[in-house]
Write a protein that binds this ligand. Structure first.
Ligand SMILES: NC(=O)c1ccc[n+]([C@@H]2O[C@H](COP(=O)([O-])OP(=O)(O)OC[C@H]3O[C@@H](n4cnc5c(N)ncnc54)[C@H](OP(=O)(O)O)[C@@H]3O)[C@@H](O)[C@H]2O)c1
Length: 356
C-alpha cells in the first residue's frame, strides 16, 4: 500500500493498494514498519520538485511518495549478503514495502544502489543496521524516527556556527523556535559559553517555547521590533518572507550571517528581494555539511560524536515530547493533512505505520 500526494496540490492525497513486488536477483524487499512525521516531511513535499525529493520513491505520473524516516525489516532477500529479518533505519516511502538494490553491504548496513537514486544525495541512500548503529537504543525508537534527522541537522548547524566563531556575533536568533529542529539547535547553542539564544515563534507557541528552557528570550512574530540589538546570526526554519524581511530590517549590517534551514511556514514563502538589508540568506543543507565532516573526521568519527551528543538530548526531550501513535491509512492521512495546515501542538509528533 502506498500513500500518494498530488504533486500540484498537496492537499489532494489517496492510497493505492497493490501486491508487494518480488525482489529480482540482487534486490531485497523491505517491510516498512513505522516512521515519524513532522513539518520536515511537509517541506520534502513542498520542495519535492525543486529539490528532487519526489525522485527517491517514484510513483505514477503526477503523484508523489513523500520521504519519511523510520524502521524497516528485510522481508525477502535475493541478495547474497543481506539476510531476511535484518532490521534497518533509514529513508522510507509512506508505503508498506520498499524494493531496494543493496550495495556496499556490511555490518553497518547498506546503501540502495537503485538507478533512480544514484544522483541523489548519498546520505539519504544509506540504511543503518540497528544492531551496529551507535545511536540506536531499542527503548528510544520513537525518538530516533522523529528526531534523529532533525537533531543531526541541528548538530551540524551548531558545529558550523562554532567553527565560524559565530560570525563574530554573540546572539543567535532562530525563527520557528517551536520546531524540533530549532529547539534542538537552541539546546546545543545553550551549552556554549556566552551565546544568547533568541526564539521567534507564533504567539500561540510562545509559552511552550519559554518552558523548553533553552532560549534566553522568546519573541512572538508580531513583536520583532523588540528583539535585542547587537551583532546577530539569524537561523531561519520558518522560510516566512515577512519574518525574514522584518529580522533583516531590524538588524541591517549588524546581521553577520543569515542561514536558511527550513520552510515550516510554507504558505508564506517568497523571493528574497535585492533590497533586503544585511547579508544574503544562505541555504544550509545538512547532507553537504555531513559530507564535509565525514571527510574531516571519518564516518565513524562523525557518528560517534553525534551519538555522544544525542543521548543527553533525547533525555531532555523525554521531559516534553508527546508521541502520537497511529496505524493504517486513515491515521496517516489525517496526521498528514493536519500537519500540512499547521494544526498540531508543538509538544507532539506522529509515529505512523501502514503495516499490513
Ligand atoms: N536544511 C536542512 O538540511 C534541513 C534538515 C532538517 C530539517 N530542516 C527543516 O527544518 C524545518 C523544521 O522541521 P521540524 O520537523 O523540526 O518541524 P516541526 O517540529 O514539525 O515544526 C512544528 C512548528 O513549525 C511551525 N509550523 C508548522 N506547520 C506550520 C504551518 N502550516 N503554518 C505555520 N507554522 C507552521 C510551527 O512553529 P512556529 O509557530 O514556532 O513557527 C510549529 O510549531 C522544516 O522546514 C525542515 O524541512 C531542514
Amino acid at each position: 500500500m502506498d500513500f500518494l500526494i498530488a504533486k500540484d496540490d498537496l492537499h489532494r492525497c489517496r492510497f493505492e493498494d497493490a501486491e508487494p513486488p518480488e525482489p529480482a536477483p540482487g534486490q531485497a524487499l523491505l517491510a516498512v514498519e513505522r516512521f515519524g512525521l513532522t513539518a520536515n516531511n511537509i517541506t520534502y513535499a513542498v520542495f519535492g520538485q525543486a529539490m528532487s525529493y519526489w525522485d527517491f520513491f517514484p510513483a505514477e505520473e503526477g503523484w508523489g511518495r513523500v520521504p519519511m524516516w523510520g524502521f524497516a525489516e528485510v522481508s525477502a532477500s535475493a541478495h547474497d549478503g543481506l539476510q531476511q529479518g535484518t532490521r534497518v533505519f533509514g529513508y522510507l516511502p509512506p508505503s508498506s514495502e520498499l524494493l531496494v538494490t543493496p550495495a556496499r553491504v556490511g555490518e553497518h548496513g547498506f546503501s540502495d544502489a537503485s538507478e533512480h537514486r544514484a544522483r541523489l544525495p548519498p546520505a539519504y541512500n544509506n540504511y543503518a543496521r540497528v544492531e551496529h548503529d551507535p545511536v540506536y537504543d531499542p527503548a528510544q525508537e520513537d525518538a530516533q524516527m522523529l528526531l534523529r534527522p532533525l537533531f543531526f541537522t541541528s548538530y551540524l548547524i551548531d558545529d558550523f556556527l562554532g567553527e565560524a566563531g559565530l560570525f563574530g556575533a554573540s546572539t543567535v536568533v532562530l525563527a520557528s523556535a517551536s520546531s524540533k529542529t530549532a529547539s534542538a539547535l537552541a539546546y546545543l547553542l545553550s551549552r556554549r559559553e556566552g551565546v544568547d539564544v533568541v526564539g521567534l515563534t507564533s504567539p500561540r507557541s510562545a509559552l511552550f517555547v519559554e518552558a523548553l528552557g533553552v532560549y534566553d528570550h522568546v519573541v512572538p512574530y508580531d513583536d520583532i521590533g523588540s528583539l535585542p540589538q547587537g551583532r546577530v546570526v539569524f537561523v531561519d526554519m520558518a522560510g516566512d518572507a515577512a519574518v525574514r524581511a522584518a529580522v533583516h530590517e531590524h538588524y541591517g549590517e549588524e546581521l553577520t550571517h543569515s542561514a536558511v534551514v527550513g520552510a515550516t511556514h510554507h504558505d508564506r514563502m517568497g523571493e528574497v528581494p535585492d533590497s533586503l538589508p544585511g547579508p544574503r540568506p544562505k541555504f544550509f543543507f545538512a547532507p553537504d555539511r555531513a559530507t564535509k565532516r565525514s571527510a574531516d573526521w571519518g564516518r565513524e568519527g562523525l557518528e560517534s560524536r553525534l551519538a555522544d551528543a544525542w543521548r543527553p538530548y533525547v533525555e531532555w526531550t523525554e521531559g516534553w515530547l508527546r508521541v502520537i501513535h497511529g496505524e493504517g491509512p486513515q491515521s496517516l492521512e489525517r496526521a498528514y493533512l493536519d500537519l500540512l495546515d499547521g494544526h498540531i501542538d508543538p509538544a507532539s509528533a506522529h509515529v505512523l505505520s501502514l503495516r499490513r
